[in-house]
Design a protein around this ligand. Sequence first.
Ligand SMILES: [Fe+2]
Length: 305
Amino acid sequence: MNSVASPLVDIDWTVFHPSRPQALRHGLSGHPLLQTGQLVELGKRFRGTRRWFAFNNDAGADADFDHANTLFPCSRSFVDAIRSISDAKAWVLLRHIQADPTYRELVDMVLDSIKPGIEARDPGMFYRAGWIFAASPNTTTPFHIDRDHVVLLQISGSKAIYVWDSDDAYVVSDRARDCFHTSHDLKLVQWREEFRQRAHLFQLQPGTGVYIPQASAHMVETSDEASITISFSYGTHATRRSAMLHVVRDLLYRAGITPPAVGRSRVFDRMAYAFGKAMVAVGGPGSRPPACPSLRRRHAYAVSD
Ligand SMILES: [Fe+2]
């Protein structure tokens, strides 16, 4: 009997574009490493590290995401919050799960499965990372952008995720992106309620997910049930180039020069990229944190946020 196995992550490659948000389906909801008992064990192994981040569910879409853990402290231990996420009133993140050998295999399994489709349109996959989110009912992930592309899979519970176009400068200005890539600073990424009507809204259930491009802002609200989500992030030649251009733009702004928006001038972008690469190679701006370490070196796996 012939049978065709379902893909681990099912993306419609006929419409996939690296810069556009897209719904997807997946088969990971029943994976043993994503059940509460194993997540608690991973949490114990991460004790004493910086791979934890948590806050309580008083944080809204407008919260300062970078400092939400101190502005909205979680009253429970991280492990206890994951164990009883339904009533913990908490948002808990286990980050850089690729640092754990068992979970690194999961990161590789998922990203390897979609790599051919990605590489055909957006080559150079590197800086792989995995992130697990446990959220109590009625919890919000503040409005933000990320440094890399993200493939987000809903494991249990349901949530609404708002994703904005990657070139929507009305919700996140080019200047805000400059600061973010240079300083890992979200202070110019500011939420406004009116943004909702400009977003792509994805209602996620177990077995569904969404691809979020590097520059696309997003904000998440869980429903009245607890939620477990895993996401996988990666950079490519294009994301690294874009980050580099923002670092150069930041430098020019500080020198009193207003450069064209990224993508507006092919000539400027080409020159800026050459300059950015040279700058990073000699240890200048962009070569060390808070800029992303992936600008200096193409690490196979992420070494920091
Ligand atoms: Fe994100």
